[in-house]
Design a protein around this ligand. Structure first.
Ligand code: PEP
Ligand code: MG
Length: 322
């Protein structure tokens, strides 16, 4: 088993009939680079930068952030590294940032909403990212986008920071891909429009499930309702992939579902281009994908999208892969 996985290192991730996908890793700090390399990650699909801001007494400086981003970009170069801008709020708080008590923090002042309100915090991070971009293959991703206005506003701040760096003669890479997470249903629903303004989408199922089904992802009592096989969630995922592809943009997934061996066949059949997961899941995913036929998985995905309950979908998967 382990040997079999070892043998897959350095191999491409592709199906029996030659359909290629990218298997990337989710990380939280530069310390995770070791795990990426050990598990042969083809890149980073989600670098959760909020950990840089947590468990300390003040915001990390531009310099400190620059060093962290540079470390990951340089170590993995030329592999692509998707760095997500600050996703704080919701359940993640900072002791040094005074936040009002909210009735529904997950529906409140968090992530891109906070960054667009606190441009000082946002611009410091974007400066650090742009400066680090010359050391590797950087992709910048905005979290929690729920409208076109928010996406355009975030991109405008990025442009503003680029102009400032230009004025200071500080260099940055000229071909940084800019994308957004799809983790709010309103974004999934207008993904045809959003796709015209990004280089890629990455679907965040952890939040997309909770917002689509109105099920708090932390609430144990209703955990039985929190299910990635929910047909409404699967239809949204399919819609996002199709809308991205219509505009020629690649579509990835960085929520937990991307590394789930029961979900991978469905996602592959839907045409997902990139799967980003915990590094230890990468080689098992490569093994699974190399045993599947894309043409068959397309049919499987079509069949599954006609089913009305998560239970039927789970049983269909169980029966097919028994
Ligand atoms: C997600 O929502 O699926 C996601 C990847 O982001 P996080 O888990 O950090 O909220
Ligand atoms: Mg999320």
């Amino acid at each position: 088993e382990r040997k079999e996985l070892e043998a897959l290192k350095g191999k491409e991730s592709k199906t029996l009939d030659g359909k290629h996908v990218e298997l990337a890793g989710n990380i939280g700090t530069p310390k995770d680079i070791e795990g990426l390399i050990k598990n042969d990650a083809e890149g980073v699909g989600l670098y959760r930068t909020e950990f840089l801001y947590m468990h300390r007494n003040d915001f990390p400086s531009e310099e400190e952030q620059f060093e962290a981003y540079k470390a990951v970009l340089e170590a993995m170069n030329p592999k692509p590294i998707v760095i997500r801008t600050l996703d704080i709020g919701g359940d993640k708080e900072l002791s040094y940032l005074q936040m009002d008590k909210e009735m529904n923090p997950f529906l409140g002042y968090r992530a891109i909403r906070l960054c667009l309100d606190r441009k000082d915090i946002f611009k410091t991070q974007l400066r650090a990212l742009l400066r680090a971009s010359v050391y590797g293959n950087l992709r910048i991703m905005f979290p929690m986008i729920s409208s076109l206005e928010e996406l355009l506003a975030a991109k405008e701040v990025l442009e503003e920071v680029k102009r400032e760096l230009d004025e200071e003669n500080i260099s940055y890479s000229k071909n940084i891909e800019v994308g957004m997470m799809i983790e709010v249903p309103s974004a999934a629903i207008i993904s045809d429009v959003l796709a015209k303004h990004v280089d890629f989408f990455s679907i965040g199922t952890n939040d997309l499930i909770q917002y689509t089904t109105a099920v708090d992802r932390m609430n144990e009592k209703i955990h039985y309702l929190y299910n990635q096989f929910n047909p409404a969630v699967l239809r949204l995922i399919k819609m996002v992939i199709d809308n991205g592809h219509k505009e020629g943009k690649w579509v990835g997934m960085c929520g937990e579902a991307a590394g789930d061996k029961r979900m991978i066949p469905i996602l592959l059949g839907m045409g997902l281009d990139e799967f980003s997961m915990s590094p230890i899941s990468i080689l098992p995913a490569r093994k699974l994908i190399s045993s599947l036929k894309y043409e068959d998985m397309k049919k499987l995905a079509d069949d599954i999208l006609k089913l009305g309950t998560a239970k039927e979908i789970e049983e269909y998967i169980k029966k097919t892969f028994a």
